[in-house]
Ligand binder design. Structure first.
Ligand code: SF4
Length: 334
């Protein structure tokens, strides 16, 4: 069996911007701009970046809620990039998503038992008793009571609703679960409970998990590897320990320096990034990060686009200066 469950190559997603009386296309949003990424069987891959970096678009392409503009996605050896209609059905059973907002992702007029079992019905489990049993098992797995099947979403807290969302994603026994910012709408006290639950379930069921977040602190707890995304591209990818111990891309360093430290007396070297993330309507030339990068080199970074390059081991980075020098020097500017 191949090591990678998913292989993404040169994936692009563009959205047209229309305007004027004739509703003509006046611009293009480059939401995902040439992503190469593998997801290994049984791993949790964290995908991190600021709002607007394209991570949610990438997640939605992977569950085929969106069609890619170009590029390929191989899932378990099969190209599913442009499957449509009935051809997508077996794939949908194997890839499920947990949405960010546990409030809007559940139908308020449908009992949770019905919401969770909907996938079973769609995928041909016609026996009502079997569906009922599977829903009860799932509710127990995510830490809720089987007697909750007849309740409505408003009778649950945010954390409990997210558990229901997880149960709904798992009921079809998928191979890949994409968790799209599953804790960002929850109180901090509840976030850890949901993260622990996902980690336990991932280990117990041997799932492959893509965990999308805007915060490196959240993915540290749960990921085996972490990919950092900026303006539609992966800029750094490595295993979790290497990323947190020895980040190489200046953007990753800035994200790491923004993680709060519980001890106020501990000295820290906080790097404040200048400006906002540029618009994907008009990304800067060269390295997309150069207008905000504290070590950008004129004549190189603003002209030449860095590719994601291997630096030995499992570490890949898209930065001219860090690829040129194997021993990265610490950043002092910014
Ligand atoms: Fe900064 Fe240049 Fe590296 Fe881009 S390529 S991250 S601008 S140093």
């Amino acid at each position: 069996m191949a090591e990678n469950l998913v292989e993404i190559r040169d994936l692009v997603k563009q959205f047209p911007v229309r305007g004027g009386l004739l509703h003509r296309q006046v611009a293009t949003v480059n939401a995902v701009a040439g992503v190469d990424l593998d997801i290994r069987r049984g791993e949790t891959l964290g995908l991190v970046g600021e709002s607007g970096c394209g991570k949610t678009t990438l997640a939605r392409i992977l569950v085929r809620l969106l069609e890619p503009t170009s590029g390929t996605i191989q899932f378990d050896g099969q190209d599913m990039s442009h499957l449509r209609g009935n051809a997508l059905k077996p794939f949908r059973k194997r890839v499920q998503i947990v949405f960010q907002d546990p409030y809007s992702s559940l139908d308020p007029r449908t009992q949770v038992g019905e919401s969770i079992s909907e996938g079973l019905r769609i995928h041909g489990v016609s026996d009502k008793d079997e569906r009922h049993e599977r829903v009860k098992e799932m509710l127990e797995l995510v830490g809720l009571q089987p007697r909750h099947t007849g309740r409505y979403p408003h009778e649950f807290s945010g954390g409990q609703r997210q558990r229901i969302g997880i149960a709904r994603a798992l009921i079809l026994k998928p191979d890949l679960v994409i968790a799209d910012e599953p804790v960002s709408a929850l109180d901090v006290s509840v976030q850890a409970q949901v993260l622990n639950l996902l980690k336990e379930i991932q280990g117990e069921l041997g799932l492959t998990l893509l965990f999308v977040a805007h915060n490196l602190a959240v993915v540290e707890h749960i990921s085996n590897r972490v990919a950092v995304m900026y303006l539609g591209r992966i800029v750094e990818l490595t295993d979790r320990d290497t990323l947190y111990r020895n980040p190489l891309h200046p953007y990753t360093e800035a994200l790491l320096s923004a993680i709060p430290i519980p001890d106020p007396d501990r000295p820290r070297d906080r790097q404040i990034l200048a400006g906002e993330i540029p618009s994907p309507l008009d990304p800067p030339p060269g390295c997309h990060f150069h207008p905000r990068c504290p070590i950008a080199q004129g004549g190189l970074c603003d002209v030449k686009d860095p590719r994601l390059e291997p630096l030995g081991g499992n570490h890949q980075v898209a930065c001219h200066l860090r690829v040129a020098s194997d021993s990265a020097s610490p950043i002092t500017g910014g």
